[in-house]
Design a protein around this ligand. Sequence first.
Ligand code: ADP
Ligand code: MG
Ligand code: MG
Ligand code: MG
Length: 418
Amino acid sequence: SRQEQYRILRDTDLRDYLAKLPAVATKLGGWPTDWSISEVGDGNLNLVFIVKGAERGIAVKQALPYVRLVGESWPLPLSRSHYEHLALVHQARLAPGLVPAVLHHNEALALIAMELLEPHIIMRKGLVAGLRYPRFVDDITTFLARTLFFSSDLAVPAARKKEGIAAFSGNHALCKITEDLIFTEPYFPAEQNRWTSPWLDATAASFREDLDLHVAVSRLKLKFMASPEALIHGDLHTGSIMVTETETKVIDPEFAFYGPMGFDLGAIIANLIMSYLASPGHERSAGERRSFEAWVLDTIEAVWTEFSRKFVELWRTEAHGDAYPAPLFAGEAGAARLEAERQAYLDRLFQDTVAFAAAKIIRRILGLAHNIDFELIEDPKLRAVCEARSLHLARMMMLDTPSFRTIGAVTQAVRELR
Ligand code: ADP
Ligand code: MG
Ligand code: MG
Ligand code: MG
């Protein structure tokens, strides 16, 4: 694509830019002057435009040189768009059909034009409304198993793996956001923290004083920083998933880097747990959401079960990496021992998943960025009850991770809170 000076593209400027891209203009169809353009970004960082022509629509995402939520006082590199594009292309190859197709990318403008997801909605919004998604488990576990396995040392030779790490190592400013906002700030009086006050004041204070918790979250932070296991999405909450009854699409991989697999898995599990624990706050009549809530718990269990089944199956059939070298596991005894080690590997990954899930829950209740699962509960006292249950569970999951040996132990603990 052409080299252009970075500028924020809006309205006429965006229209003129797109009109000069033959593939995009043809896709949109009709006269550029008739295209409708609206900004729909509801995320914390970037601009997203929906452009509709006579034939069809597209989505255009442009990075700003700062954090959208905060403004110019919080600069953030435009290069995140480069990494988002790289990750989208990689994910499209490994998990076909589960991410929006890229139509155009301009590095200098930090701009990505992609497939418009319509009538998809942000999954988190659907969950708040009590909607169920029958495709979700199969699609998200395929996405997770394939993107994580095929970028790991189990699948990829050592040299290529290290080139992959290098290709994403410049995305450190986005990693730093995670390191600060998730693993640090909720545990000290950082200025941008907030919580449902005054009800959670005492709990928030106890999290700031609990040295056992500070050790646990610091170990997790170190694991996040120093474990390039696979190319992870890095921001895989239910606000980064768009859904219909029949389709699931993962969006917004600008935080992608080589990190611990449990971070992506933990994000999914944490957001489902929060959906369940926030659900009583969205009831208009007692018990109205009971079948939705049962579905969420089943989904939590199925996400782990299906992910581990798919991951182990890939390991049995597609292990072309340098980890677990075949000559060390020759013969029947070797094969049996390797199979047992696959289970042990998954058990360790499950422990990471539980602990990272805990960190993801805590940051949404005591840190800067909250989610609508809780925020849309109008009665602050009821919201605080839902949040306090979530914090109680997350604290146990982080401090006593080994007591959650199976996903059933997690859902059982979730159930017991209600
Ligand atoms: P941010 O990085 O700022 O969080 P996102 O990539 O999450 O930006 O996009 C913000 C919002 O824009 C999404 O919540 C969704 O509503 C909308 N959006 C993003 N990509 C698409 C797409 N391909 N099709 C339709 N809507 C999209
Ligand atoms: Mg987003
Ligand atoms: Mg967001
Ligand atoms: Mg984003």
